[in-house]
Design a protein around this ligand. Sequence first.
Ligand code: AMP
Length: 313
Amino acid sequence: MGESPVTANSSLLIIGSMAFDHLELPSGNFFDVVGGSATYAAMAASVFAPVRIVAVVGEDFSGEVLHDMRNRGIDTNGVERVPGKTFRWAGRYSKDLTSRETLDTQLNVFAEFRPRLPEAWRQTPLLLLGNIHPTLQTDVLDQLRSPKFVVADTMNFWIKGEPEALAAMLRRIDLLIINDEEARLLSGIHNIRKAARDIMARGPKRLVIKRGEHGALLFDEHGVFAAHGFPLEDEVDPTGAGDSFAGGFIGYLATMLEITPLALRRAMVHGTATASFCVEGVGTTKMATLTKAQVGARVAAIRELYEFGAHSM
Ligand code: AMP
């Protein structure tokens, strides 16, 4: 367990992977890059609100990273350090960065991990079940006392490998975040609107479908909302952008008194803005120092993308 004091007022708990990634990018190959769904999501969410993180790392994971996370308001008391190796993932990106192939996934210490939440954390109202084995996501959900809002993320690895555990998890959440390719894989339907309807019938009443550089769509009882991605000049590494979106999205919700349809729509734009920074550097380089002012400026820039008629051109 970490050394930080339990933050009494954290309203947000995140579980997911903490990892070492091997990245094959057009700009070169990068080894032992600190990554993981919980790492990216917690860094992103901490821009907006204090965060509690639940994960496991091996003896090879640097204490300095955990220390830096604590300095950003991330409570690491839920991070277990156990004998063995940290989770590892390897991916290769296409030259234009629009697609990637998973080369290797090694669960390592995650294979035996059973999360145990500190008692004081069981009342946390907001929960992000970041991308990890759906059984671990459900384990954490079981330990919380009536959370107010539960968001989950997953990926093709679990959709293909653990369909039953995933189905059980889906029945218990309020909102699912996945990308368009995963939505098609999960539903078996190509049309994105029909795929969304199919997935929402499996449990989550709300659904976010991420569309990479194009942003994300929210489906809820009010219809569909689109948040545009910010067109970047320098795209370096998309790894973790999805997790950073999820972290920014729920981190923003943690600052809201009520989770209304309007709050969800605003969270969509804040999530998109947060994720855009992730892509500008390798690994967590940009996320580790991201500030609220930077995100605010990008939200304003995204808002301008929709501005038509206001300027005389
Ligand atoms: P993203 O680019 O948002 O899909 O997230 C990439 C991050 O997810 C990387 O840092 C990986 O370490 C982590 N990751 C990849 N595959 C998995 C998996 N099957 N379970 C949990 N985390 C994963």
